[in-house]
Write a protein that binds this ligand. Sequence first.
Ligand code: 5RP
Length: 248
Amino acid sequence: MTNEPLSPADQKKLAARFAIDDLVARGEIANGMKLGLGTGSTAMPAVARLAELLRSGSLSGIRAVATSFQTTIACEELGIPVFSLNSREIGGCLDLAIDGADEITPDKRLIKGGGAALLLEKIVAYNAARFVIVADASKAVPSIGVKFPLPVEVVAEARVSATRSLERLGAEVRLREGVRKAGPVVTDNGNLILDCLWKPGTAGARPFDPDEMESLINAVAGVVENGLFTRNVPAVYIARADGSVDRR
Ligand code: 5RP
């Protein structure tokens, strides 16, 4: 009998649940910790597994910071206590943050923000002592910036000026449109998303250096944040179609 290859959705669940159990076994998630919880279809099963461990009493005293309305609602429904990063209970820093990603390079540079939650995701990730990514195999890529569009969150009034500046940095820029909503996506923070691709051969395009580009983009007036994550290098759990999980 041959085992069916796991679908991407099943790989996401496997990576998420495996990672939570492994982090608990290693003591990287422990009673009383302050955890940042990511957004998206891979982060959600991690949140669900955490809730299971809390319900069974295997874990206790966890204080969570959510990175989106999606995650806040999931925590409320699953009974995980959620706090503001600013609260006394959290004090602006976390023991560990766990999240999904859209693309991951071999040296663990990331694109995030496919779900438009990049701003809180980055604040949480960059204020966590440990950062962990869970993903299906499709997210591991040789290089970033050329296939999955990099999300850049901008204030609405800077839509046109920031588009011009990003084009000067070599990007092809598209305003993200809503689904089942007329007009653009409006983020949880009331901003817009410009999706940017650095197509090889684009006039004026420089070789895409994620570390440098993260700073260059954030220097554009009106840019709130971008989806390059280069500064808190994560542990990465990638699930494969054959049912194995690789920790890098
Ligand atoms: C949301 C994100 C997500 O983590 C990223 O888009 C991956 O999503 P998924 O796990 O659904 O594939 O950055 O802003």
